[in-house]
Write a protein that binds this ligand. Structure first.
Ligand code: C2O
Ligand code: CU
Length: 583
């Protein structure tokens, strides 16, 4: 095995994965986790040498897990507004959930803010319908988008668009989406937040292979002439696959995105993400804003190369064999341009009326704290997994990658001509601004936000049938859960269908914790009550650096193999994912 590793060290790919000699990254805050010199990343070993070799290799290389000891930190729960983040120097705050993550800068000329019009993703129409099921077709294809004026950005999109088309799942309806992969690499579609039979959940090795002309793709990447890892349980199809989505238990703002093992960050960054809005009768009876006043907002950050292409520091830009990103992007990839529904800092003309905004953070790594510059704040009505029990008034909302906040903003308190800017209190300069609303006209408005929205029964943690601890931490260039990088053949937890467990999740960095096929409630943060951003049913819970969060997780009744992982996509791709099995 040692000889093999030396061989790999001779390969360019591994050299670049290992990076340059120890040097503190210029962007790291003083208290930041350093990028230490790993001997050889276990992730690299896994993907080069195969599962059988990996265990042996892991004993050969230095075990660097313990090297990340960092005491303290995280004394301010994420549930409180971040102290010190109202000023612009966010690298000074140890509590800043973006500290230590490098922002790539754009080389292309950037447009004036608010010069673009907010696009609204098209609602996909079914290709056929039966008494209980709507059938949709999506083609995953390469396309170009004019995101910056006069420049063409190559994207990968669902139906060639970024964001992809919005799928609306009406009460009582099942949805079947036939995806066709016309891209040059394997893809996997995951419906984030859904309760879904395992064969439609988008398990990371359940590839939809590209056309045979693009060559062979093993179940997991291999390098050189070494045997590839294979996942014996993977269900691989060629070019098309039907994904079946039963009626969700509650109305919720879900989203779908690529989930290919090792390459999710690169794939989503190219544009493979869209909304999936599930409605139910309870929600439809409420007098909330609807129709053109119910608007999904997908927020991402990107940096652009001079030719208009997205800058993403992939080790293998063809996304065929070597996973991962440049060393100094190992904490995550952020950009200096904020896109909403694919447009840079757009403006939206609004009526002087109430609007519902379904805000999704689809960024790879960036966490936002959103506020309105008229200081009137938001009425939050929902979160990841649907409506709150009652609305809550918030001056700002913090959302980590993958989280959703449903809010109502009442523009009737403004005069025609007023402009209200949506800002990001965790950003600075170009990333401190998100979009603008321009009150264009008066209008009648019969909507309201009722005092009771839904029923959210608090999970009683004593109903938990098991407790577990999940430690999210860094080891060298890998990101690990309980000391392991993702291994499709290993189950970290075997759980009972429909049961509730309490997991204590600890983190050495900022990690958005996401569980498939389950819904969660935050029980406590560092021993304190959950914060205002923790309310309701979640599928993604943010952990700031050093936090310990207890989470009650209710698993769905669908059985089989699922994953939980960090939703910082660079962390996920570098190993921070694990299986659990529902029996
Ligand atoms: Cu949004 Cu497993 O992911
Ligand atoms: Cu993470």
């Amino acid at each position: 095995m040692a000889a093999r590793i030396r061989d790999y060290l001779g390969s360019n790919a591994v050299q670049s994965a290992l990076g340059q000699p120890a040097q503190a990254p210029p962007f790291a805050a003083a208290d930041e986790i350093p990028l230490i010199e790993a001997a050889l990343s276990r992730r690299t070993v896994l993907t080069t040498a195969g599962i059988a070799g990996a265990l042996a290799a892991a004993t050969v290389i230095a075990d660097v897990t313990g090297a990340f000891g960092r005491g303290g930190g995280g004394d301010s729960p994420f549930g409180e507004p971040f102290p010190g983040t109202h000023h612009n120097d966010n690298t000074q705050s140890g509590n800043d959930p973006n500290s230590g993550i490098k922002t790539l800068t754009s080389e292309a000329p950037l447009p004036a803010q608010f010069s673009a019009t907010l696009p609204i993703p098209k609602q996909l129409q079914p290709t056929r319908q039966t008494s209980d099921t709507d059938y949709y077709d999506i083609v995953q294809s390469a396309a170009t988008a004019e995101i910056l004026p006069g420049l063409k950005t190559p994207i990968w999109g669902y139906n060639g668009t970024f964001p992809g088309p919005t799928i609306v799942q009406n009460p009582g309806r099942n949805v079947v989406v036939t995806h066709r992969n016309n891209l040059p690499v394997p893809t996997v579609v995951h419906l984030h937040g859904g309760a879904i039979p395992h064969d439609s959940d988008g398990y990371p090795t359940d590839f939809v292979l590209p056309a045979a002309s693009y060559g062979d793709f093993p179940a997991m990447p291999a390098m050189g002439d070494m045997p590839a890892m294979t996942d014996p349980q993977a269900v691989v199809t060629r070019q098309t696959r039907d994904y079946t989505y039963p009626t969700p238990p509650r109305a919720a703002t879900l989203w779908y995105h690529d989930h290919r093992m090792d390459f999710t960050g690169a794939s989503v960054h190219r544009g493979l993400a869209g909304f999936h809005l599930a409605h139910d009768a309870e929600e439809q009876e409420l007098p909330l804003p609807q129709g053109s006043r119910d608007v999904p907002l997908m927020i991402v950050d990107r940096a652009f190369a001079a030719d208009g292409s997205f800058r993403y520091p992939a080790l293998d830009p063809a996304m065929r064999s070597t996973p991962g990103v440049d060393r100094d992007a190992g904490n995550g990839v952020m950009g200096d341009v904020i896109l909403v529904n694919g447009a840079p800092w757009p403006a939206m003309k609004v009526d002087a009326a109430r609007y519902r905004f379904r805000i999704l953070n689809a960024s790879n790594a960036r966490t936002y704290q959103l506020a309105l510059d008229d200081s009137t704040g938001f009425t939050q009505i929902g979160t990841d997994q649907g409506l709150l029990a009652a609305p809550q008034q918030l001056d700002a909302i913090a959302l980590s990658p993958a989280q959703r906040f449903d809010v109502v903003i009442d523009f009737s308190r403004h005069r025609v001509g007023d402009r209200i800017t949506l800002t990001n209190q965790l950003g600075s300069d170009s990333t401190g601004v998100v979009m603008r609303f321009e009150v264009a006209r008066t209008a009648t408005d019969t909507s309201s936000v009722p005092a009771t929205l839904s029923t959210v029964d608090p999970i009683d943690p004593s109903s938990s049938v098991a407790t577990r601890t999940m430690t999210f931490h860094r080891a060298g260039t890998d990101w690990e859960i309980n000391g392991r990088v993702f291994d499709p053949t290993y189950s970290e937890a075997d759980v009972r269908a429909g049961s509730t467990e309490v997991w204590t999740v600890t983190s050495d960095f900022h990690h958005p914790f996401h569980v498939h096929n389950a819904t969660m409630q935050v029980v406590s943060r560092d021993g304190q009550d959950p914060g205002p951003y923790d309310r309701g049913w979640k599928d993604t819970v943010f952990l700031n650096k050093g936090e310990k969060v207890r989470i009650a997780i209710r698993f769905s009744d669908y059985k089989g193999r699922y994953v939980f992982h960090c939703h910082n996509l660079e962390h996920e791709d570098m190993g921070m994912m694990a299986n659990f099995t529902i029996n």
